[in-house]
Design a protein around this ligand. Structure first.
Ligand code: TYC
Length: 123
């Protein structure tokens, strides 16, 4: 998922790093190692379902239950929201999870020959 990012260090630090790597620090000197943990919250992505005129409502409810772990009531509400407004949110995930959900839904819809569309957008 999200690896700690490699930060571009100032040139002087790069030089220190390189000298340390080669083990040729001047006598009596040490290279300090930064200990502050470099953490960043991952970007989040909404996974959306789009309305169409052909996918059966029951199929959409099943998709929401199976791939987005909604209960019957939540799934029905989301499906009806999409049906009435054209688009609706199924969940919010990190990039790779969102991408996997989109692929799973699109593959499942295609397998059942429904035109259901599922997309992701950055929050
Ligand atoms: N509009 C569809 C129908 O009337 C139902 C539907 C709901 C389709 C949500 C897609 O994402 C969707 N059968």
């Amino acid at each position: 998922m999200s690896e700690p990012e490699t930060e571009t260090l100032p040139f002087i630090m790069m030089a220190d790093d390189e000298r340390r790597r080669r083990g040729d620090n001047p006598p009596g000197t040490a290279v300090i190692t930064r200990t502050k943990p470099q953490v960043k919250r991952p970007s989040l992505y909404r996974v959306l379902l789009l309305n169409d005129d052909y996918t059966p409502m029951e199929f959409v409810v099943h998709v929401l239950e199976h791939f987005f772990t909604k209960n019957r009531e939540e799934a029905t509400q989301i499906m009806l929201h999409v049906h009435q407004h054209g688009v609706g949110e199924c969940g919010v995930y990190t990039y790779e999870v969102a991408e996997t959900k989109v692929t799973q839904v699109m593959d499942f819809a295609r397998k059942h020959q429904h035109p259901l569309q599922c997309v992701m957008e950055k929050k």
